[in-house]
Design a protein around this ligand. Structure first.
Ligand SMILES: [Zn+2]
Length: 81
């Protein structure tokens, strides 16, 4: 599993990031990501910025839970691309 497309095909719901500075955890559902499916998962973390403290470079991994995106309460990721 190397790209966003791979993770989608594997049935994953999104990505989960954690800020190494303030420890905020954000789930980034596929519907909120504006990145192409061939984006390498390893490229996302270093380019992502924390929406809480502004730290650049997050620990990003595939979201492994099976809970679907909640309606209206999803924190919006900020990628700063
Ligand atoms: Zn932070």
């Amino acid at each position: 599993m190397h790209t966003i497309g791979d993770a989608i095909q594997a049935g994953k719901k999104g990505l989960q990031s954690q800020c190494p500075s303030c420890k905020q955890i954000v789930v980034m559902w596929w519907g909120l990501l504006t990145l192409p499916e061939d984006t390498l998962l390893a490229d996302i973390g270093p380019r992502a910025r924390c929406s809480k403290c502004g730290h650049k470079g997050l620990a990003v991994k595939v979201y492994e839970d099976t809970v679907s995106a909640p309606q209206g309460v999803t924190p919006k990721p900020r990628f700063g691309l």
